[in-house]
Design a binder for this molecule. Sequence first.
Ligand code: GLN
Length: 500
Amino acid sequence: MREGLRARKFSAVDLAEAHLAEIEKTNAHYNAFITITRDKALDMAAASDAKLAKGQGGLIEGIPVGVKDLFCTKDVLTTAASHILDGFKPPYESTVTQKIWDAGGVMLGKLNMDEFAMGSANLTSYYGLVVSPWQKVQSAECRVQSKGENDNSALSTPNSALVPGGSSGGSAAAVAANLCPVALGTDTGGSIRQPASFCGIVGIKPTYGRCSRWGIVAFASSLDQAGPIARNVRDCAIMLSVMCGHDAKDSTSMKLAVPDFAAALSGNVKGKKIGIPKEYRVDGMDAEILAMWDRGATLLREAGAEIVDISLPHTKYALPAYYIVAPAECSSNLARYDGIRFGLRAGDAGDSLTAMYEKTRAAGFGQEVKKRILIGTYVLSAGYYDAYYKKAQRVRWLIAEDFRKAFEKVDAILTPTAPSAAFAIGEKNIDPITMYLNDVFTVPTSLAGLPGISIPGALNKDGLPLGLQLIGKAFDEETVLNVAYGLEQAINFKTIPLGV
Ligand code: GLN
């Protein structure tokens, strides 16, 4: 697209219009976009065309971008897919989205997600679930008949339709379904990598501290990171160069130069040491996922990499630690939603302040969010702090140590991204443990703050994509991207979803 724009084969307005037309045609089915910023897109595209005509413009000048609805966008509805942010139009722009617009990105709209980014299937959004563009081969006839607005119960989506993953489910579905070429996501415990895996595309969570979190609605501040979702490694690399960099407004963002990630892509993995952690061979692992993982290692070996068996002994404690640390931070972060200054306010004029708080929070938060606030409040309470929160923090340190030791021996680590392919909408939401288990391979990286990418590894027997994850050293996204690029070429995954 960048080449086409520069060569004037089409204009940025053409590109925006083509994507808006596709959104108009199919978004009612996917429910990927919550807000479509048509006028803004066309204005921004016209401005890009003016720059391109003068031979000017940024790295992604004129490229349409979809934004997860967790990024605050000035004067554009920002909901975190929660009722409690009803009508919220931020008076400021997040640092990452500002960087995207400064580099010439064209805003198509805001993308659906799990409420406050809590979930793995995009089933917790106040604005309704998202349908994946992928379908199982044997249920290819499954289609959505019609649907009401913003409420899962009103959807006539067949239970056999597939989830896009989560929490950046709208971002992944939109990219896979051709509604936008690239999208912004966030990842706290896997929310970029797992939906990328489910949707047969690429997503990278950079190192904690690479991207500014300023203006991103906070879920778990010590884990949250922004990252791109795109159709291939190169597109992710280009986007990441635009997104990251130090920001004085986020004290956890690192003062580091931003590499030109795309320019560094050679795909040469010769001599690279790739670790295979034995603890990720979990009991009862899907044979097709195991086969994909083995083949990934074989392809890297054939390309000249050295495959090294490694151990990450505390892996099995990662998920329980995450589900203490993340809810603890969420309970604290979400305390700000009280109906006073912005968002939803429930209750009656005569209510006391406390009654208004209670009614607002009862009406504004969904079930999953309430559950996590309760867990978080409990593990932070005086009597349980040491037993749960403090212990989880210690476990987190042990997990980071595991990785630190492993990276003395290897340059990157190869694992599956998720323990399953995309599941059906009706399949898992009754059992929270099964749902949480979906994060088993992505959460350790998040706790350690390390970069991780997911690329499509293979199709399973149902014709659904399975993802491979590459994990790197802190701030070594270059190696992660480069090994992923080499592996992407070797795998040569070309299947695209059937779509609507
Ligand atoms: N699925 C995980 C959770 O629900 C991760 C979510 C995320 O990365 N935002 O917490």
